[in-house]
Design a protein around this ligand. Structure first.
Ligand code: SDX
Length: 434
């Protein structure tokens, strides 16, 4: 169902003139006022750096109610998908809008599984990186490089090529991520094994070594699969908006996903899980928490509690609750009784949730607060945390890119600006400059 107008309008008064602008309402969530014709009618732009009050598109994929702490993929609550489904089912749902039937699921699993290998020449591509390169640098480069290997799925006007490119990225990004990890630790690349499920195959490619048999721990594989589900999509976040903007120019899908990966790397976004764990390690012990909470509240101190706060969630991030439960499951499976970082995290959360600064600013733990502790316990170095986020978010980026490309109203994204620079002035030859 598309946005409904019900002939509702909003009136904007500029100077002594009124402008009636259409208001649309979706199936749930705030209405929007359509300002597309405002500049043509009133010669004025709207101004919203950071897009705090701007809907950049119409979408049917993911819905967040930040005040209620609700997240739904295609209408299904994240709690139910994380509890009952698996990641490839979530991928199918995000891409096609419905939960797959048993035969659709089997076919989708088959197609993804048989695209998990990358062109053998890709391993030569990796050799160009320093061993100590940040894995996100390697990921951003290698995802972009996929467009140099898979020319037969870069024509975005061909629905078949769009589908092949989508399957290839869902299938190959985990392989590239595992290769980035192996390269960073100086171990040989491990090929995918088709008899393993998606998450088990990823753990196998990351942690198996030729010298001995590796059997993925089913509890850790289930936790990995659930972590992928939690990170799969999240409305028009910074990296998804980057993918949409890149895609609006007609760039090939691999280049668009590489752009999203680059944006995700930022510590305010997907890099927060790495930053959150580094912060917990820097705090080090429960008795140092007040010092850091004080710094987080100090306007003159750039320090922020990483893993806390969110542009949309002004209540608890529902993913953080599931992440916390998964964290305890993983630690108990691994027999880790008292993880000092977990002690600091639990105490920090308790203190922050009772501190009037955080209550007033509605700052709650987000998905990144507990993910780092879980991933570290599973054996991943902190530099791999955002890579794992990118593995999961690849399907969200692709689903949003696909929705944009298939939208008949789609056009290139080209925002305007409020210009406060110099007015016109004439060139001064250097001989006359002082
Ligand atoms: C992700 O968009 C998404 O959906 C992202 C994501 C996804 O799945 O794609 O959910 C993934 O990116 C989660 C967020 C991970 N980032 C972090 O944990 C980094 C720490 N958090 C902050 O940088 C911040 O909360 C943001 C960036 C997440 C949100 O910033 P906003 O919405 O721009 O809010 P803001 O910076 O304007 O903060 C509002 C107020 C400010 O104080 P005032 O200027 O009003 O006095 O709250 C304060 C901020 O100083 N504040 C914090 C804080 N976060 C906000 N103070 C201390 N610690 C923090 N973490």
């Amino acid at each position: 169902m598309d946005a409904k107008t019900d002939n509702k309008t909003g009136t904007l008064t500029v100077g002594n003139k009124n402008y009636d602008l259409p208001i649309y309402n979706g199936t749930v969530g705030p209405d929007v006022i359509d300002i597309a014709k405002l500049y043509g009618q009133a010669g004025i732009f709207t101004y919203d750096p950071g897009f705090t009050s701007t809907a950049s598109c119409e979408s049917k994929i993911t819905y967040i109610d930040g005040d209620e702490g609700v997240l739904m993929y295609r209408g299904y609550p994240i709690e139910q998908l994380a509890e009952h489904g698996d990641f490839l089912e979530t991928c199918y749902l995000l891409l096609y809008g419905e939960l797959p039937t048993p035969s659709q699921k089997a076919d989708f699993d088959y197609r993804v599984t048989r695209h998990t290998m990358v062109h053998e020449q890709m391993s030569r591509f990796f050799q160009g990186f320093r061993r100590d390169a940040h894995p996100m640098a390697v990921m951003t480069g290698s995802i972009g490089a996929l467009s140099a290997f898979y020319h037969d799925s870069t024509d975005i006007s061909d629905p078949h090529q769009r589908m092949v490119a989508s399957i290839r990225m869902i299938a190959k990004v985990p392989t590239l991520a595992a290769m980035a990890y192996k390269y960073s630790v100086g171990q040989p690349f491990v090929y995918p094994k088709n008899e393993l499920d998606y998450a088990s195959n990823f753990l196998h490619m990351c942690f198996a070594v030729p010298a001995e048999e590796y059997k993925p721990n089913p509890v850790l594989a289930r936790a990995m699969d659930r972590i992928f589900i939690l990170h799969a999509d999240h409305e028009q976040n910074a990296s998804t908006s980057t993918v949409r903007l890149a895609g609006s120019s007609g760039a090939n899908p691999f280049a668009c996903i590489a752009a999203g990966c680059a944006c995700l790397w930022g510590p305010a976004h997907g890099g927060a899980n790495e930053a959150a764990l580094n912060m917990l390690a820097e705090i080090g012990s429960v008795d140092r928490i007040p010092e850091f909470v004080k710094r987080a509240k100090d306007k003159n101190d750039p320090f922020r509690l990483m893993g806390f706060g969110h542009r949309v969630y002004k209540n608890y991030d529902p993913r953080a609750k599931i992440m916390q439960k998964t964290c305890h499951e993983v630690l108990s499976e691994l027999g880790i009784k008292d993880d000092p970082l977990l002690d600091v995290a639990m105490e920090l959360e308790k203190i922050a949730l009772h501190d009037e600064y955080f209550i007033e600013k509605k700052l709650y733990p987000n998905i990144d607060f507990y993910s780092g502790i879980t991933l570290k316990a599973m054996g991943f170095p902190t530099t791999m945390f955002t890579v794992l986020f990118a593995v999961a978010r690849t399907v969200g980026w692709i689903a949003q890119w696909k929705e944009m490309i298939e939208d008949p109203k789609q056009k290139i994204g080209r925002p305007r600006q409020l210009y406060t620079g110099e007015t016109r002035r004439d060139y001064i030859p250097i001989s006359r400059r002082k």
